[in-house]
Design a protein. Structure first.
Length: 376
């Protein structure tokens, strides 16, 4: 089934490239003289949202006008609040600065802000205060793996990446781009086709770049890399994991706490407004941060790409309250991914849905975001 998606994606991507090489001008019926529409010039493709054509590209939003029964070939350019893409050397968000708030182009650790006083990593992060929430299927929509719902306390505040790790981020730090969509989507899109181990290797590399401790022991390169929690963070007392102050994958509970954005419902808005999924993603991932954020200011926690968590697929929910649950078995093969992706149906774009995949597996709809424990 997936092979047919890749054929359609390739065919569709070629068609879309021809449509937007010189602006957003899909073939259609003649327009009315003087009529205007929103247009967002794109490097990869363009989609129709209501009566508007929306594309994704830095500093390229504007208006098309109908002249002689046809839409003009170019958008009238205006600035718009795009996402700053780390490591590409472009002023993506049109604020006059290049790679601000990224840190990946720095020669070494940021020295202007001491750790945990503001945002020392210079990646776009959101501070999530510790708290208690209801985890699991509250609304009766899911299967047994997400039931029963139960009270979970997150006892430590964390800094969470505001966006999924992008292809530009990954390339800049790791020196390669594993994404299947690198030619059809590019640096502003989430990195995908990464294994759980590659995500941990990236977390270590980012920690080293900013002079933080590393949370994992890794050997090998690229798809051959294998990582495990350092003994001091992965022993019998699983909660030791949260004492590592470097970048890491979130626990499954931390992920759901972050993804809900303070909501008790399994979505934080109308699915088409908050997520890229099977019905609107045009058979590929889309640029990060182009849908509505949740109540915590995090983008794409639902849809675009699934996100790896640290947990192994061994936790069975009970109704009892728990604090800082995290489960990992060094011999287990499967890990938990959350959030749904661009191939996921609307019914499964929910904060409660759990999927389990081998840690060495990778798919073009699977990526990650990182967190780090905030010092008290």
């Amino acid at each position: 089934m997936r092979s047919s998606f890749w054929f359609l994606s390739l065919l569709f991507g070629c068609c879309m490239t021809s449509l937007v090489s010189f602006g957003c001008e899909p073939p259609e019926a003649p327009c009315k003289e003087g009529e205007t529409r929103a247009c967002y010039s794109l490097r990869q493709g363009c989609i129709k949202e209501g009566t508007n054509y929306r594309c994704f590209g830095p500093c390229q939003a504007g208006t098309q006008q109908c002249k002689g029964g046809k839409w003009s070939s170019f958008c009238a350019l205006e600035k718009w609040p795009a996402v700053e893409i780390c490591g590409n050397g472009i002023d993506d968000d049109c604020d006059g600065q290049t790679d601000e708030g990224c840190g990946l182009s720095d020669a070494g650790p940021d020295q202007t802000n001491p750790p945990d006083q503001t945002n020392p990593a210079k990646v776009k992060e959101v501070l999530l205060k510790n708290g208690t929430f209801r985890m699991g299927d509250i609304e009766g929509e899911g299967n047994d793996t997400s039931k029963p719902s139960h009270e979970v306390t997150i006892s430590r505040s964390v800094w969470a990446h505001q966006y999924e790790v992008t292809q530009a981020d990954f390339q800049a730090l790791m020196g390669y781009n594993p994404a299947n969509s690198q030619k059809t989507c590019g640096g502003s899109c989430p990195v995908e086709s990464v294994t759980w181990h590659e995500a941990l290797a990236y977390a270590n590399a980012l920690s080293q770049r900013h002079n933080y401790e590393t949370c994992f022991d890794c050997t090998g390169q690229k798809k051959d890399v294998l990582c495990a929690l350092k003994p001091e963070y992965g022993g019998q007392a699983h909660q030791n994991y949260f004492t590592c102050l470097g970048f890491r994958l979130p626990s499954e509970a931390e992920w759901e706490y972050a993804a809900r954005g303070g909501k008790t419902t399994s979505r934080y808005g109308e699915v088409g407004a908050i997520a890229w999924y099977a019905d609107n993603a045009l058979l590929r991932p889309q640029s990060v941060g182009t849908k509505q954020p949740n109540g915590f200011g995090l983008y794409d926690t639902l849809g675009n790409v699934f996100e790896w968590t640290i947990d192994t697929a061994s936790r069975v929910y009970t109704s009892s309250p728990v604090t800082d649950p995290v489960f990992f078995d060094k011999d287990a093969q499967s890990r938990v991914v959350r959030g749904g992706g661009w191939l996921t149906s609307a019914a499964n774009i929910r904060a409660t849905v759990r999927y389990f995949y081998a840690s060495t597996s990778y798919e073009p709809d699977r990526g990650f975001r990182l967190v780090r424990t905030a010092q008290p």
